[in-house]
Design a binder for this molecule. Sequence first.
Ligand code: 5GP
Ligand code: ZN
Length: 113
Amino acid sequence: MDCIFCKIIAGDIPGERVLEDDEFLAIRDIAPKAASHVLVMPREHLPSLDEVGRWDADGKGQRLLDFTVRVADVLGIRGSGYRVVTNVGADAGQVVDHLHLHVMGGDRLGEFH
Ligand code: 5GP
Ligand code: ZN
Protein backbone atom coordinates (compact mmCIF):
# COMPACT_ATOMS: atom_id res chain seq x y z
CA MET A 1 0.00 0.00 0.00
CA ASP A 2 1.29 3.45 -0.89
CA CYS A 3 0.97 5.00 2.58
CA ILE A 4 3.85 7.02 4.01
CA PHE A 5 2.89 6.26 7.62
CA CYS A 6 2.65 2.52 6.94
CA LYS A 7 6.19 2.77 5.52
CA ILE A 8 7.42 4.57 8.66
CA ILE A 9 5.68 1.97 10.86
CA ALA A 10 7.35 -0.82 8.86
CA GLY A 11 10.73 0.92 9.21
CA ASP A 12 11.10 1.33 5.44
CA ILE A 13 11.54 5.10 5.80
CA PRO A 14 12.81 6.92 8.88
CA GLY A 15 10.71 8.54 11.57
CA GLU A 16 11.80 9.97 14.91
CA ARG A 17 10.07 7.59 17.31
CA VAL A 18 8.89 8.94 20.65
CA LEU A 19 6.90 5.97 21.98
CA GLU A 20 5.61 2.70 20.61
CA ASP A 21 3.86 -0.48 21.63
CA ASP A 22 2.39 -3.40 19.74
CA GLU A 23 -0.61 -1.35 18.56
CA PHE A 24 0.50 2.30 18.27
CA LEU A 25 3.44 4.46 17.27
CA ALA A 26 4.26 8.10 18.02
CA ILE A 27 6.70 10.04 15.83
CA ARG A 28 7.76 13.67 15.71
CA ASP A 29 6.05 15.65 12.96
CA ILE A 30 8.49 16.44 10.16
CA ALA A 31 7.21 20.04 10.01
CA PRO A 32 6.33 20.91 13.63
CA LYS A 33 3.69 23.58 14.26
CA ALA A 34 4.44 23.75 18.01
CA ALA A 35 7.50 23.33 20.24
CA SER A 36 6.40 19.72 20.70
CA HIS A 37 4.44 18.23 17.81
CA VAL A 38 4.04 14.48 17.64
CA LEU A 39 1.80 12.22 15.55
CA VAL A 40 0.15 9.24 17.23
CA MET A 41 -1.02 6.49 14.88
CA PRO A 42 -2.24 2.92 15.01
CA ARG A 43 0.04 0.38 13.35
CA GLU A 44 -3.04 -0.90 11.56
CA HIS A 45 -3.89 1.18 8.50
CA LEU A 46 -7.16 3.07 8.91
CA PRO A 47 -7.84 6.05 6.63
CA SER A 48 -9.15 8.40 9.32
CA LEU A 49 -11.13 8.68 12.55
CA ASP A 50 -14.23 8.39 10.41
CA GLU A 51 -13.60 4.63 10.10
CA VAL A 52 -12.78 4.00 13.75
CA GLY A 53 -15.97 1.99 14.23
CA ARG A 54 -14.17 -0.83 12.45
CA TRP A 55 -12.06 -1.56 15.55
CA ASP A 56 -13.50 0.34 18.45
CA ALA A 57 -15.44 -2.65 19.76
CA ASP A 58 -12.34 -4.33 21.19
CA GLY A 59 -11.33 -1.29 23.24
CA LYS A 60 -8.65 -0.11 20.85
CA GLY A 61 -10.07 3.42 20.82
CA GLN A 62 -9.66 3.65 24.59
CA ARG A 63 -6.12 2.29 24.33
CA LEU A 64 -5.33 4.89 21.64
CA LEU A 65 -6.39 7.67 24.02
CA ASP A 66 -4.44 6.14 26.92
CA PHE A 67 -1.37 5.88 24.67
CA THR A 68 -1.82 9.53 23.64
CA VAL A 69 -1.71 10.66 27.28
CA ARG A 70 1.44 8.57 27.77
CA VAL A 71 2.97 10.40 24.79
CA ALA A 72 2.21 13.77 26.44
CA ASP A 73 3.88 12.42 29.58
CA VAL A 74 7.01 11.32 27.67
CA LEU A 75 7.16 14.74 25.98
CA GLY A 76 7.03 16.42 29.39
CA ILE A 77 3.98 18.51 28.47
CA ARG A 78 1.35 16.71 30.49
CA GLY A 79 1.47 19.27 33.27
CA SER A 80 1.71 22.39 31.10
CA GLY A 81 -1.11 21.39 28.75
CA TYR A 82 -1.42 20.18 25.21
CA ARG A 83 -3.81 19.86 22.30
CA VAL A 84 -4.92 16.70 20.49
CA VAL A 85 -6.32 17.11 16.98
CA THR A 86 -7.18 14.77 14.17
CA ASN A 87 -8.02 15.96 10.68
CA VAL A 88 -10.69 14.11 8.72
CA GLY A 89 -11.10 14.73 5.02
CA ALA A 90 -10.75 17.66 2.68
CA ASP A 91 -12.19 20.56 4.69
CA ALA A 92 -9.98 19.66 7.66
CA GLY A 93 -6.95 19.59 5.36
CA GLN A 94 -6.10 15.93 5.94
CA VAL A 95 -2.97 15.19 3.93
CA VAL A 96 -1.98 11.70 5.07
CA ASP A 97 -4.80 9.17 4.85
CA HIS A 98 -3.69 7.05 7.82
CA LEU A 99 -5.42 7.90 11.09
CA HIS A 100 -3.17 10.03 13.29
CA LEU A 101 -3.66 12.28 16.29
CA HIS A 102 -1.58 15.45 16.43
CA VAL A 103 -0.27 16.06 19.96
CA MET A 104 0.92 19.65 20.30
CA GLY A 105 2.26 21.63 23.22
CA GLY A 106 5.41 22.92 24.82
CA ASP A 107 4.46 26.55 24.33
CA ARG A 108 1.25 28.58 24.35
CA LEU A 109 -0.83 27.46 21.36
CA GLY A 110 -2.84 29.86 19.24
CA GLU A 111 -6.58 29.58 18.86
CA PHE A 112 -7.70 27.42 16.00
CA HIS A 113 -10.43 27.73 13.43
P1 5GP B 1 -2.68 15.87 8.32
O1 5GP B 1 -2.75 17.17 7.58
O2 5GP B 1 -2.87 14.70 7.40
O3 5GP B 1 -3.52 15.84 9.55
O4 5GP B 1 -1.20 15.82 8.90
C1 5GP B 1 -0.15 15.20 8.27
C2 5GP B 1 1.08 15.58 9.06
O5 5GP B 1 2.10 14.66 8.76
C3 5GP B 1 1.62 16.97 8.77
O6 5GP B 1 1.67 17.73 9.97
C4 5GP B 1 3.00 16.70 8.16
O7 5GP B 1 3.97 17.66 8.56
C5 5GP B 1 3.33 15.32 8.67
N1 5GP B 1 4.14 14.52 7.78
C6 5GP B 1 3.96 14.35 6.45
N2 5GP B 1 4.88 13.52 5.95
C7 5GP B 1 5.65 13.13 7.01
C8 5GP B 1 6.78 12.28 7.12
O8 5GP B 1 7.26 11.67 6.15
N3 5GP B 1 7.31 12.12 8.36
C9 5GP B 1 6.80 12.76 9.45
N4 5GP B 1 7.41 12.54 10.62
N5 5GP B 1 5.74 13.58 9.37
C10 5GP B 1 5.18 13.77 8.17
ZN1 ZN C 1 -1.11 3.50 6.37
